[in-house]
Design a protein around this ligand. Structure first.
Ligand SMILES: [Zn+2]
Length: 100
């Protein structure tokens, strides 16, 4: 593995660890209790027909605002994809942590 990749992994891990610590939870709990439900709440609002025009990214804290819930889902989807690599890394880290 190239050295820069390890550095990236470490910085992502540290960032997520910091978020988890701020919330007083573990990284595993952060994924299970925060990241996934937040995503589902966007999807849920869409299917329930509730108007949802604002959501905060649970990973970087960026506020995503859109004119309609449909547009918000689109925007959130697009934004969360920027974190896709982090999710992959995170998943691997959680899995290896659980094996310990
Ligand atoms: Zn984000």
């Amino acid at each position: 593995m190239p050295k820069f990749m390890q550095t990236l992994d470490e910085s992502v891990y540290q960032r997520l660890k910091m978020i988890a610590e701020q919330r007083g939870i573990t990284i595993q709990e952060l994924i299970r209790a925060v990241i996934i439900p937040e995503w589902l709440s966007v999807q849920g609002a869409k299917y329930e027909g509730r108007a949802l025009t604002e959501i905060q990214c649970p990973i970087c804290g960026k506020k995503i605002i859109a004119k309609s819930d449909e547009k918000l889902t689109e925007e959130y989807d697009k934004h969360i994809r920027e974190h896709a690599e982090e999710f992959k890394v995170l998943k691997k880290m959680v899995e290896s942590e659980e094996k310990k």
